[in-house]
Design a protein around this ligand. Structure first.
Ligand code: NAP
Length: 483
């Protein structure tokens, strides 16, 4: 069957290749529900091929200087920027993220590569005065082959951003693309093909339970970096523990609180609450502040402003630069989002706007959900507890600061949070008490490279977007020179 984007191979050992099985998987355009491309349905033997290629290539790559590796990674960043015109429309069509927002994914992927490219020289050991007569020091070395598994919401950005740290540390990588939006992985493979020696980066497509699991369980993969949902993160820990002792980083989901205090400006809070939801990606961002907790004194004012803004978001073709929101990523995800909307209605949350498929012929196919706001949400409702990872904002009301902090912390995730107040004492007191890996005070959404990103509680393990991430792709060795 011929499709718009055609058959897009995997990348193993420097070659573009089909799966050993000869089978292919469809990729569906979420705006229409039509198949618009295919990728190989990878198998356990494909994974084995990729890991063997990576292990062979790593011997040379790991022996190169940090300057040389850094220079190659900077070149990757340059090529990523040059290929923006190819990546952005493909990614918009495959993910449903708006084309207007996707330039930022290119900037971030390239920016992160440039950032880590310079950190190679920081991969230092220590000299330790353990005795007076001998010399004792530590050195850091790469793991060898690293497995990286990425989610569907920003596949190109995550592929790019997640390659830099293991590579600069001297590892080779086997990356698994997400099966719901796998097409841009081939463009990343083409970039790697032009810049890196064969086998240093390998990209395998296919089902998580087959390809992802085979990467996790493979004896030659001691280090895994995973970005995705909490249940999959837990499954990866279980699988890894069944076969050995592995080093795993997990960047997982969130149900992130945004606490607005009585002194906050209602207009600023409404603007930030809407932008913090990332409607331009249909809310499909782990960091979206999807639980808005308004003090009762500003609740009605802020909610009215939010209703006006959210109901005005222009839902439409993600490839139209005027669209403010496209569809959600897949049929499976559409059912998940609609299921949580139904449960919110059933449990007594008040639907303020959205909550259904938009009207119009262009929305009759595909996976469209109107941008949605529920008020009167309480923390005993499913919509208060569970990550929607969709265009659904839950609004809660609070009276006392203790109550707000209790509401913020009473779930098992803790990725991001936002606090809005002009009182620095209140802001800092709340920031200390809140259980999340990142806190914005009078801000939302933005990541600040170098400062680190990580979840508390079930939202993750390990820290990324900082030096700690680069170091986490190395292991330490103590050396004693006996004089
Ligand atoms: P997911 O279902 O957990 O899948 C993520 C990746 O894991 C996919 O490539 C998937 O493959 C693969 N996978 C599935 N089962 C696996 C297994 N048993 N072993 C190994 N790999 C497996 O997540 P998603 O639905 O794609 O993404 C949404 C989630 O990611 C949300 O919870 C969101 O909050 C989270 N997220 C977190 C961050 C962060 O930085 N903290 C960033 C973005 C997204 P298939 O696609 O083939 O199923």
């Amino acid at each position: 069957m011929s499709t718009q984007f055609g058959d897009r191979p995997m990348y193993i050992g420097g070659e573009f290749t089909e799966s050993d099985s000869g089978k292919w998987m469809d990729s569906v355009n979420p705006a229409t529900g039509e198949v618009h491309g295919r990728v190989p349905a990878g198998t356990v033997s494909d994974v084995d091929r990729a890991i063997k290629a990576a292990a062979a290539a790593q011997l040379d790559w790991g022996s190169r200087s940090v300057w040389e590796r850094g220079e190659r990674i900077r070149k990757l960043a340059e090529e990523i920027k040059k290929r923006a015109a190819d990546v952005v429309p493909l990614e918009a069509a495959d993910t449903g993220n708006t084309i207007a927002s996707l330039g930022n994914d290119i900037t971030l992927a390239a920016g992160y590569m440039n950032f880590v490219a310079g950190l190679g020289i920081e991969i230092k050991g220590e000299s330790v005065p353990a005795t007076t007569e001998n010399i004792h020091f530590t050195m850091r070395q790469p793991y060898g082959v690293v497995g990286r598994i990425v989610p569907f919401n920003h596949p190109f950005l995550f592929a790019g951003a997640h390659l830099g740290a293991p590579l600069v540390a001297g590892n080779a990588v086997v990356l698994k693309s997400p099966d719901q939006s796998p097409l841009s992985a081939t463009l990343m493979a083409e970039i790697c093909h032009d810049v890196l020696p064969p086998g240093v980066v390998n990209i395998v497509s296919g089902e998580g339970l087959v390809v992802g699991d085979a990467i996790v369980r493979h004896p030659r993969v001691p280090r895994i970096g995973f970005t995705g949902s909490v249940p999959t993160g837990m499954a990866i820990q279980r699988s890894a523990a069944e076969v050995g002792i592995k080093h795993i980083t997990l960047e997982l989901g969130g149900k992130n609180p945004f606490i607005a205090f009585p002194d906050a400006d209602p207009e600023a809070v409404a603007n930030a609450a809407v932008s913090g939801m990332n409607f331009n990606w249909s809310g499909q961002s782990c960091g979206s502040t999807s639980r808005l907790m308004l003090h009762e004194s500003i609740h009605d004012d802020v909610l009215a402003r939010i209703e006006a803004q959210v109901s005005a978001i222009k839902v439409g073709d993600p490839l139209d630069k005027h669209s403010g929101m496209g569809p959600v990523n897949s049929e499976k995800h559409y059912k998940h989002v609609m299921g949580l909307i139904a449960s919110a209605n059933k449990e007594g949350a008040r639907l303020v706007t959205g909550g259904s498929r938009p009207e119009g012929k262009e929305f009759s196919r595909g996976y469209w959900v109107r941008p949605t706001v529920f008020a009167d949400v309480t923390m005993d409702m499913k919509i208060g507890q569970e990550e929607v990872f969709g265009p659904v904002l839950s609004v809660l009301k609070w009276k006392t600061t203790e109550q707000a902090i209790e509401m913020a912390n009473c779930i098992d995730m803790g990725l991001t949070s936002a606090i809005w107040t002009n009182d620095i004492k209140v802001a800092m007191d709340t920031a200390r008490k809140i259980e999340s890996g990142l806190v914005w005070i009078n801000g939302t959404g933005r990541h600040y490279m170098g400062t680190g990103f990580s979840g508390w509680k079930n939202s993750g393990l390990g820290r990324e977007e900082c030096l700690e991430e680069v170091l986490s792709y190395t292991r330490s060795k103590s050396i004693h020179i006996i004089m």
